[in-house]
Unconditional design. Structure first.
Lengths: 111, 115
């Protein structure tokens, strides 16, 4: 019952910006968009989250469309260490704010 | 490094056995949730504990149970293990405040293999 769809895989050249799209057309008004990433066999790592405004932190930027039906995660200068599976998640506030993960996007950063 | 620690990191059990996985929360966090991640899949929510009580549960049978202790650490217990229970089990801690939880910080997981 994932509420997001993402491309299965993407490539990015080292040093370039990586733009990872996500569709969440059924998002409700109080549901946040979260991004996590998971490097092989490690626990998911929090990246960023937002409700309706664009957000930026030291790791990434999150651009949410005005209708909130889609968003884009931007890694401004991708490095080889950014190679991971990136999950776009709509956080559901019933059941304590559980995260509903989809399949994610496998990002490969190449030299 | 999130400060969430899980043990054991790897274990092998046989079908029908029982297993207990342990998790220590990040300092200052009062909520623990557990996720199951099968190979090649995204994590699936099992349940969440706040103030030693379960306050959310995913679509998992009753043989999956948990505990949260006064120091906010937690256990996940699985009885009557099945082959499909083979997975990475992830613990995440967060701070519940004002009716909502903050970001979840995950441990590195416990990899369970059921033979």
């Amino acid at each position: 019952d994932a509420k997001t769809t993402q491309p299965t895989s993407m490539d990015c050249a080292e040093g370039r910006a990586a733009n990872l799209p996500c569709n969440h057309s059924t998002i409700s008004g109080n549901e946040y968009v979260y991004w996590y990433r998971q490097i092989h066999s490690q626990g998911p790592q929090y990246i960023i989250h937002g409700l309706k405004n664009n957000e930026t932190n030291e790791m990434a930027s999150l651009i949410i469309t005005e209708d909130r039906k889609s968003s884009t995660l931007i890694l401004p200068h991708a490095t080889l260490r950014d190679t991971a599976v990136y999950y776009c998640i709509v956080r559901v506030w019933n059941q304590g704010g559980k995260l509903i993960f989809g399949q994610g996007t496998e990002l490969s950063v190449k030299p | 490094e999130t400060g969430v620690t899980q043990s054991p990191t790897h274990l092998i059990k046989t079908r029908g056995q029982q297993v207990t996985l342990r998790c220590s929360s990040q300092s200052g966090h009062n909520t623990v949730s557990w996720y199951q991640q099968a190979l090649g899949q995204g994590p699936q929510f099992i349940f969440q504990y706040y103030r030693e009580e379960e306050n959310g549960r995913g679509n998992f049978p009753p043989r999956f149970s948990g505990l949260q202790f006064p120091n906010y650490s937690s256990e996940l217990n699985v009885n009557a293990l099945e082959l499909d229970d083979s997975a990475l089990y992830l613990c995440a801690s967060s701070l519940w405040r004002g009716g909502v939880t903050g970001e979840l910080f995950f441990g590195e997981g416990s990899r369970l293999t059921v033979l």
